[in-house]
Design a protein. Structure first.
Length: 183
């Protein structure tokens, strides 16, 4: 996975869940990352970067370890909470590059009726960020946004229900190019 900010992902996960066990943070975050990097070598790299990011967050004072019984947990510090507030979903924006790389970013989801509120929230955020709806559960955007989609999936706990793809062409894409000002 390219250019993923692991520290941001970890902070957002802890902010969403609260006090998180060390044994819980890394495996769950790594399971999410694994779907983007199925190759064993890349998976090993992701684990390394995740552990390194936790260490850096500890060094920066954004998180601290708390021992409860025989378990070790990670919790946000005041500084960590301030940092997370900078990452709030309402403030997220996608940087528009000077030149389009001619790839479409497609988000497909199949979120059950029992999670209707999360599904609607995901749709709302995709629309707010500038995605165009191809179908109710298929949205498209022309610029790099993998990290942002990953954060949405993590924050809404729908990681296994949402798929992010980069595609070279979409049938009858001229109308999309016009909408995004790419012609």
């Amino acid at each position: 996975m390219r250019n993923i900010n692991y520290q941001k992902i970890i902070l957002n996960t802890i902010a969403t869940v609260g006090l998180v066990g060390m044994a819980v943070v890394a495996p769950n975050a790594l399971q999410i990352l694994k779907q983007f990097s199925p190759k064993k070598k890349t998976w090993t790299n992701e684990k390394y970067y995740m552990n390194r990011s936790i260490d850096k967050l500890l060094e920066k004072g954004f998180v601290r370890k708390v021992k409860k019984g025989s378990s070790i947990f990670i919790e946000l510090t005041k500084e960590g909470k301030e940092q997370v507030s900078k990452y709030k979903l309402g403030d997220l924006k996608i940087e528009k590059p000077k030149k389009w790389d001619k790839k479409w970013r497609v988000v497909i989801f199949d979120i059950s009726e029992s999670k209707k509120g999360l599904r609607d929230l995901l749709r709302f955020n995709l629309e707010r960020l500038g995605f165009i709806k191809l179908q109710n559960s298929v949205w498209v955007f022309p610029y790099e946004c993998e990290e942002l989609v990953f954060l949405l999936k993590t924050n809404f706990f729908v990681d296994s229900d949402v798929l992010y793809m980069e595609v070279n062409r979409i049938e009858n894409e001229k109308w999309l190019k016009e909408l995004f000002g790419l012609l």
